[in-house]
Ligand binder design. Sequence first.
Ligand SMILES: [Zn+2]
Length: 143
Amino acid sequence: MTSPSLMLEPCAMEREVTSEVVECLLAEARAAHPRECCGILLGEGECITAMRPATNVHPSPETHFEIDPQALIDAHRAARQGGPQVLGYYHSHPNGRAEPSATDGAMAAGDGRMWLIVAGGSINGWKDAPSGFERLSLRVRPA
Ligand SMILES: [Zn+2]
């Protein structure tokens, strides 16, 4: 088995993602292609330990994504009731671009949550900071 390809850059803000989630994200993106997949990233602290795929309800899913609002409501409710925390969101870019698109920038909440963008077989970490997206480096935690 080959290890999943991740964008690794020297960065003070390092987050962790389990190898299981990495493989699920890559598989989701492949299955959704040529449409964008999307979903919610769950975990504790700085580590993503689970993901919840959601329906992409955007009318143009080849180039945009919108997480099914009910999936978001459910995830936030579960977190409030003691379940895993909502650490961020993921989606894929079928065009292979690792960077958030202009549309992503317009949708960003600036709430500090993580955005993972699956593109070209790799996973790219971003932080939705108030001043715009900042690159995050990710460390894969073995299963
Ligand atoms: Zn995007």
